[in-house]
Write a protein of this length. Structure first.
Length: 337
């Protein structure tokens, strides 16, 4: 017996790519070689077209949506979309939707010729009516009968049925924009812009304390200068602090604690905060708390100089009974015995 051959020469090429394929049953997309091997498209456009073809219907394929998913910039993605549109793989049409807004409808074709078929050619004009054959000439030897003119019937215009484009696939028909009735388009609403000569509303003045003191103004200035410690966005200049001191002093005069004033002025600032002094002035004016109610004076309790009973009176003296007994109308007596 001869030696059995255990190895066969490999049929793989000596250079170039070697494919190792397995049979796919799910998770795949059929891509035509007209796209994957197109010599007029860039590799970015071919990859982008393959990605768009693998997406389901209704997926957003705008420039910003694609740039958010891939590292390429919006400029490169926009150029690739224009390449696909120039070679017939993509079409983008602006159409009006509900509310009078404009939306971009994108249709992708796996075959460049599909774009021409989907667009459709105008239907051919109806054939012209055939002319009636003219009567043959009759020889002069035979008598020519006198023709009887019959009334010509009025032609009735028949409605020409619109030809159905059966070659267009159903998926492309569903993507065709539906006609929008004119009644649904809202009329433009005029913008109510005041004329430039209209008087401007005056800003309310900055509040101030009823009884300003040096200590009150110093406490207000310290509070404003220290805002940047707890709220770094509120950096004020010396001029801003000098202008806002009366407003903070009014808050402190009405019984507000410095921590409460600081929290009310710097809580939830807008982003970005461009003018912190204007925001503080607005909040000092709009959020000014009301003054505390004035407490009723407390009348002290004293003892009567005559009977030594206790009664309430702003000054010491006699109670009501002792004053009436002595007949001294001018003597001070208590409010209650």
């Amino acid at each position: 017996m001869g030696t059995q051959q255990i190895s066969a020469p490999s049929r793989a090429p000596y250079f170039g790519v070697v494919h190792f394929n397995i049979r796919l049953t799910d998770g795949y997309t059929i891509v035509s070689n007209r796209l994957s091997q197109h010599r007029g498209l860039s590799l970015l456009a071919i990859g982008l077209g393959t990605h768009i073809q693998s997406l389901p219907d209704g997926w957003r394929v705008g420039i910003k949506a694609l740039a958010a998913d891939f590292p390429e910039s919006e400029t490169r993605i926009a150029a690739a979309l224009r390449e696909l549109e120039q070679h017939g793989f993509l079409s983008r049409v602006l159409e009006r939707v509900k509310g009078g807004k404009l939306a971009t409808r994108t249709v992708f074709y796996n075959h460049p010729d599909a774009a021409g078929r989907a667009a459709g050619t105008p239907p051919p004009p109806p054939p012209a009516p055939a002319r009636e054959p003219e009567p043959e000439a009759v020889p002069a030897r035979e008598p020519v009968p006198t023709p009887v003119r019959e009334p010509v019937p009025t032609p009735v215009r028949e409605s020409v049925p619109t030809p159905v484009r059966e070659s267009v696939p159903e998926t492309v028909r569903a993507l065709e924009p539906a006609p929008v009735p004119e009644e649904r388009v809202p009329a433009p609403v005029p913008r109510l812009v005041p004329p430039p000569t209209a008087p401007r509303q005056q800003r309310p003045p900055l509040p101030g304390p009823c009884r300003p003191t040096e200590a009150l103004n110093a406490a207000a200035a310290d509070l404003l200068a220290g805002l940047r410690r707890t709220a770094p966005l509120f950096v004020l200049s010396e001029e801003d602090v000098r202008r806002l001191v009366p407003g903070v002093a009014a808050w402190l005069e009405r019984g507000m604690r410095p921590d409460a004033v600081r929290e009310a002025l710097t809580d939830d600032p807008p982003v970005p905060l461009r003018y912190p002094a204007k925001l503080l002035r607005h909040r000092l004016t709009a959020l000014l708390p009301p003054p505390l109610p004035v407490a009723a004076p407390i009348v002290p309790l004293v003892n009567c100089d005559g009977c030594d009973r206790g009664f309430r009176s702003p000054v010491p003296g006699l109670c009501r009974e002792c004053a009436e007994a002595r007949g001294g109308a001018d003597e001070p007596w208590g409010l209650s015995a």
